[in-house]
Design a protein around this ligand. Structure first.
Ligand SMILES: Cc1cc2nc3c(=O)[nH]c(=O)nc-3n(C[C@H](O)[C@H](O)[C@H](O)COP(=O)(O)OP(=O)(O)OC[C@H]3O[C@@H](n4cnc5c(N)ncnc54)[C@H](O)[C@@H]3O)c2cc1C
Length: 357
């Protein structure tokens, strides 16, 4: 018997990670994307890729929390497995998250802390530590003296999404997967994927096109795009060991450190399907909040400003489902990196006919 041939539409985080897992499991995989592999316009290439099961619980629910907790166990293992292929390393840290607020915004921080306490399962509450100013300064010397205290969320992490996506593409090539670039999928059937360039028969078809598969979603459970914008800056004068979230009544800023003194600063969240360039208003909001975190950020160089659409369902939960013979992995919303390993693992087990363990 030949290898199981799986066709995947969409080579974003979901499609690309799934393709890699299936190749490792011995499948034949054909992957199709409308863009080139390094195109930065997708959600997957725009994200800050913070892995924040605790902080995100404030705006999500226990389903996302459970996927996030499981993914936090899988990420280090999967990053090590990806490195076995000999590709470039992927920056990954599990140094927790700091949450701070300026004196005038303390009520936002207090509210966040109460919300976490109510929503977190009892067993996870010990991961939230309240810090006074001295403890905060010891943990993140750059911020010493700037805040009266904060929260430390233990066990959270982050990775460099651009490195993850680039390394995956190389590994898919190495393992013999077919990654068709600039191959927009026009139609998906249970055993067929159709692009302008050809019609490909497969054993199983998976739709992982993010917002690109909006038309495939029923009116009772619509998929929509939620606009998000981030800045990437380089700043020689500031060193952070971990992501920092700044609570604010209007917008919540996060700053996620990356290698080479770079930082991803985000993110706006707008109910809009406009994926056009970042607006002046958003730059002003993000940049002033960044500057308020530490004045040295005033000299930061802006390397990139990006906007993309997060694929979201109304319940804001990611989903893996079989509909009319086609598998769908979608609705990753603002938790794609947080949940991807658990979700992809679930889907891979279903496709391979194994129980989810
Ligand atoms: C500003 C911002 C910040 C974020 N920060 C975080 C974070 O800190 N932590 C976190 O966990 N998540 C974060 N996210 C969310 C995360 O990025 C997404 O949940 C995730 O990337 C979605 O991945 P996806 O593969 O489902 O979709 P996408 O990234 O949208 O990928 C879909 C792919 O399908 C392709 N495609 C579309 N139409 C077609 C077609 N017709 N034919 C072929 N290919 C097609 C696209 O080109 C794309 O490559 C953030 C998102 C944004 C926008």
């Amino acid at each position: 018997m030949g290898k199981l041939h799986i066709g995947i539409a969409g080579a974003g985080l979901a499609g690309r990670t799934l393709a890699w897992r299936l190749l490792r499991a011995g499948c034949r995989v054909s992957l199709f994307d409308a863009l080139q592999r390094g195109d930065e316009r997708t959600a997957s290439m725009t994200a800050a890729a913070m892995l924040s099961p605790l902080a995100e619980l404030a705006v999500s629910d226990d389903a996302v929390f459970a996927l996030g907790q499981r993914s936090m166990q899988l990420w280090p293992k999967w990053i090590a497995e990806l490195a076995e292929g000999g590709g470039p390393p992927v920056y990954f840290r599990e140094a927790g998250t700091l949450v701070v607020a300026h004196a005038q915004d303390q009520t936002s921080l207090e509210h966040f802390s109460r919300l976490l306490h109510h929503k977190l399962p009892e067993a996870s509450r010990a991961q939230v530590h309240t810090l006074d100013a001295a403890a905060l300064g010891r943990m993140e010397p750059t911020l010493a003296g700037r805040f009266g205290g904060g929260l430390f969320l233990d066990g959270e992490g982050q990775l460099a999404n651009d490195q993850w996506m680039a390394s995956l593409a190389l590994e898919i090539d190495r393992l013999g997967g077919q990654l068709h670039e600039e191959a927009a999928v026009e139609h998906i059937e249970p055993h067929r994927i159709v692009t302008a360039g050809g019609s490909y028969s497969v054993d199983v078809a998976v739709d992982a096109r993010g917002v690109g598969s909006k038309a495939e979603w029923p009116s009772g459970n619509p998929l929509r795009g939620v606009r998000g914008e981030v800045l990437r800056v380089e700043c020689a004068g500031v060193t952070l060991q971990r992501p920092v979230r700044l609570m604010h009544p209007r917008y919540q800023l996060y700053v996620a450190p990356r290698p080479n003194q770079q930082f991803v600063v985000g993110a706006t969240e707008l109910e809009s399907e406009d994926a056009g360039p970042v607006t002046v208003r958003s730059v002003l909001e993000l940049a002033s909040a960044l500057h308020s975190l530490h004045p040295a950020f005033g000299e930061a160089r802006v390397l990139r400003m990006s906007a993309a659409l997060r694929p979201a369902l109304d319940d804001h939960r990611p989903t893996v489902e079989l509909r009319d013979g086609v598998w769908h992995i979608n609705g990753l919303y603002r938790h794609g990196y947080l949940c991807a390993p658990a979700l992809v693992d679930n889907l891979a087990h279903k496709l391979l006919g194994k129980d989810n363990d």
